[in-house]
Design a protein around this ligand. Sequence first.
Ligand code: NAD
Ligand code: 2YH
Length: 259
Amino acid sequence: MALLTPQDLEGLTKQLECNNNTIKKATGMDIADICKQIYGTTLDGEKVGIVPITSGNGIITNFSSSLLTITEYFGLDGAITEHPDVTGYYEAVSSDADIILMADDHIFIAHNMRNGKIATNHVCTGVVYAEIASRYKYADSKDILVIGLGRVGYAGAQHLVKRNFDVYAYDPDRETMEKARKELGIIPYDPEEEHKFSMVLEATPNPNTISEGMVAERCLISTPGIPCGLPEDIGERNEIDLVMEPLTIGVASMLYAVM
Ligand code: NAD
Ligand code: 2YH
C-alpha cells in the first residue's frame, strides 16, 4: 500500500485552497458544504486528539502536523499528543478529546469518543471524491466513470450507485471487476472503447491511467490517486476541472462522517 511522503504534504493549505476554489467553480459548493450534504452533519469546534503511530514504517514527517492544520482549518480544536502509540491514545482520551485521529501503514481512522462512530480514510476519501465528481455543474449525462476499484474506488463506486448514477468502471484486475459488477451493478468499461465522460473518479496509485478516449472536452476529474493519473498533454488539450489533493479532502470527509 502506498504511503504518503513528507513531500506530498508540503504546502497543504495552499493545495486545499486551490482545490476548494476548483470545487466551488465546478459544483457551486465548497468542501464543507459537500461533506454536510453527504453525511447530514456539522462540525462545532470539537476537540481532536491526533496520535502519532510508530508501528510499521513509522512516523511520517509532516503527517500529524498536517492533520493539525486540517482540523484547525475546519474550526476544530486539534492537538498532537506528546507521546505516540498507546501512551498517546491514553493521553488523548484522558485530555477529553471528542475525536481521535490515528493511522498506521494499513488504516487511518477517525473515532468519535462521544457517539462511538468510527470512519476509515479509504472509504471516506472514495465517498467524498465520488460526490464531488457527481456534482459537476456541466455534466452532459448521468454517466460517470470510475477508474480503479481498490479500497478507495470501490467505496466511491458504491456511493455513486446508491445515488442512482450510471456508473461505468474499469480495473485491470478481473476478479475485482467481477465483484463490482455482481455486488454493485457497475457497468464494465473497456478503456479501448470510445466513450467520453464528463464526470470521472480516478482512484489508482498509477500515472497515465486516463486516456483521451475517456474524457469529454469539458469534464471534471476528481482524483485522490497519488500520483495523478491525468497525463499533462490531455489536461492541456481539454477544459478539465481537476480536483486532486493528498490528504485534506479525505480527512474533512472523515470528520463529518463521525459527527
Ligand atoms: P488499492 O491498492 O486498494 O487500489 C488501487 C486499484 O487501482 C487496484 O484495484 C488496481 O488494480 C487499480 N489500478 C491500477 N492501475 C490501474 C489502471 N491503469 N486503471 C484502472 N485501475 C487501475 O489503493 P487504494 O487504497 O484504493 O488507493 C488508491 C490511491 O488513492 C492510492 O494512490 C492512494 O495512495 C490514494 N489515496 C489518496 C488519499 C487522498 O486523500 N488523496 C486517501 C487515500 C488513498
Ligand atoms: O498513509 C498511510 C497509509 N497509506 C494508510 C492510509 C489509508 N488511506 N498511513 C499514514 C501513517 C502515519 C504514521 N503512522 C504517523 O505519522 O503517525
